[in-house]
Ligand binder design. Structure first.
Ligand code: SF4
Length: 352
C-alpha cells in the first residue's frame, strides 16, 4: 500500500509540494487542512511554552494531517532552530501515540542535491531520478509563478473597483495549477492569470501610499499566522511590497551582496531571515517608501536582533516602522487598531 505523505501547512505552497510528491515521487499526498484556531490550539497544547510560533503551527498541522490519513510526515528544516524542530516534533507525536514514518530533510544539505536524493529515497526507495527532477522543475516554476501573482495582487488589490476581483482570479489560477501536468502548463496558466489580472479595473492614484512588509520567513508568508495583515493593509488603499517569498529566498538571495549592502548597519549575519529583513527595509527606506511593517513570531531571536537595526534605519531615513510579534494568544482587534493608526499617521505625514 502506498504511503500517504504530508508536509506541514504553509500558505498555498502545498500545491507545488503535492505536485512533487505525486508526480515526482509517485506517492499519495495528504493536503493538511487549512490552518484554523483548532490547528493552533492543538499545536500550542503539546508544544513547549516558549518555543516560537512556527513550531506550534507545524505540530498542529501534522496532527490534523495524521487525522486525515497521512502516515509519512516530512519536515523541511530551515536556517535557524527550525533545523532542530524535526526531532522534537517526531518525539512529541510518538509520545502522543501516533504511528507514522518521519523524513527529516534538515538532515540533508540543500547545497548538495545528492543529499536530498538520499532523503527522498526514504519516502520512496524506488523513485525515478528523472521523474523527480522533472517534477521538481515544474514545482519550482509553480512556486515562482505563485509568488509573481501574489506580488501583483499585493500592489493592486487595494485599488480594485469591484471588491473580490483579484482574490477570485487568484483562486482560479490556483485551481488551474492543481490541474497542471508539465512546466509548459504552469507557464500557460500563469500567463492567462496575469492577462486576466491586468484587465481587472482599478482606481489607483498616481502616487499611492507604499508600505513594505519585512520579517520572519514563516510568519510573513503564512496569512493565517500573520492574521492576513497584508490584505488588511491593502484594503485601506496601499501598495504593499514584500520581497520575502519562497522563490526569492531560495533562488535569488545573494548573501554576500546583501552583507556588503547592509554593512553600515549590521556587520554580522544574525541568522535566519535577519539579513534580508535589514536589506529590504534599507532599500525601501532609500526609495522613499511611506512606511515599513515588521512581522515576526514571538520568541524569534534572529528577528528580535534585527529590530534595533531597523530602529536605526527608521531614524536615519525618517521612515516609520510598525512592529508586530505574533503568538498563539494574538487577537485580530488589536492588530486592526494598530494598522489603522499607522495608516492615519502615514496619511498625515504625507499631507504635512
Ligand atoms: S526564524 Fe524565528 S520564528 Fe522562524 S523558526 Fe526560526 S526562530 Fe522560529
Amino acid at each position: 500500500m502506498k504511503r500517504k505523505v504530508t508536509f506541514p501547512h504553509f500558505g498555498d505552497y502545498c500545491i507545488p509540494l503535492e505536485f512533487l510528491v505525486t508526480r515526482g515521487l509517485e506517492m499519495d499526498y495528504v493536503t493538511p487542512p487549512p490552518m484554523t484556531k483548532r490547528t493552533l490550539e492543538l499545536g500550542a497544547k503539546y508544544s513547549p511554552d516558549y518555543v516560537c510560533a512556527p513550531f506550534k503551527y507545524n505540530l498542529g498541522s501534522y496532527i490534523e494531517a495524521i487525522e486525515c490519513g497521512a502516515d509519512m510526515l516530512v519536515q523541511t528544516g530551515g536556517a535557524c532552530r527550525l533545523g532542530y524542530y524535526g526531532e522534537l516534533h517526531e518525539q512529541i507525536l510518538r509520545d502522543l501515540g501516533y504511528r507514522f514514518d518521519f523524513v527529516n530533510l534538515a538532515r540533508a544539505d540543500y547545497s548538495k542535491p545528492y543529499t536530498l536524493l538520499a532523503e527522498f529515497k526514504k519516502v520512496n526507495p524506488d523513485f525515478s531520478v528523472a521523474k523527480v527532477a522533472a517534477a521538481l522543475l515544474s514545482a519550482v516554476k509553480m512556486a515562482e509563478c505563485m509568488d509573481r501573482v501574489d506580488d501583483y495582487v499585493r500592489r493592486n488589490i487595494g485599488f480594485e473597483v469591484e471588491n473580490g476581483s483579484f482574490e477570485a482570479e487568484k483562486q482560479r489560477f490556483l485551481s488551474d495549477l492543481r490541474r497542471c501536468e508539465t512546466k509548459k502548463d504552469v507557464t500557460a496558466a500563469f500567463q492567462q492569470c496575469m492577462d486576466n489580472m491586468k484587465a481587472i479595473p482599478t482606481e489607483k492614484p498616481k502616487k499611492p501610499i507604499k508600505v513594505a512588509i519585512v520579517g520572519e520567513y514563516y510568519t510573513i508568508m503564512d496569512p493565517f499566522s500573520n492574521h492576513n495583515i497584508e490584505r488588511e493593509m491593502a484594503k485601506m488603499g496601499m501598495v504593499i511590497e514584500r520581497w520575502m517569498n519562497l522563490s526569492n529566498s531560495m533562488f535569488h538571495y545573494p548573501e554576500k551582496e546583501i552583507a556588503r549592502k547592509i554593512r553600515g548597519y549590521s556587520k554580522y549575519n544574525m541568522g535566519a531571515t535577519s539579513m534580508a529583513t535589514i536589506d529590504v527595509a534599507l532599500t525601501c527606506a532609500k526609495k522613499g517608501y511611506d512606511g515599513i511593517i515588521h512581522v515576526k513570531s514571538f520568541g524569534c531571536t534572529p528577528e528580535m536582533d534585527s529590530i534595533p537595526v531597523l530602529q536605526n534605519i527608521s531614524s536615519d531615513y525618517k521612515i516609520p516602522i510598525l512592529y508586530f510579534s505574533f503568538d498563539s494568544q494574538t487577537g485580530d482587534t488589536g492588530i486592526q487598531t494598530r494598522l489603522e493608526a499607522f495608516y492615519d499617521m502615514i496619511v498625515m505625514r504625507k499631507r504635512a
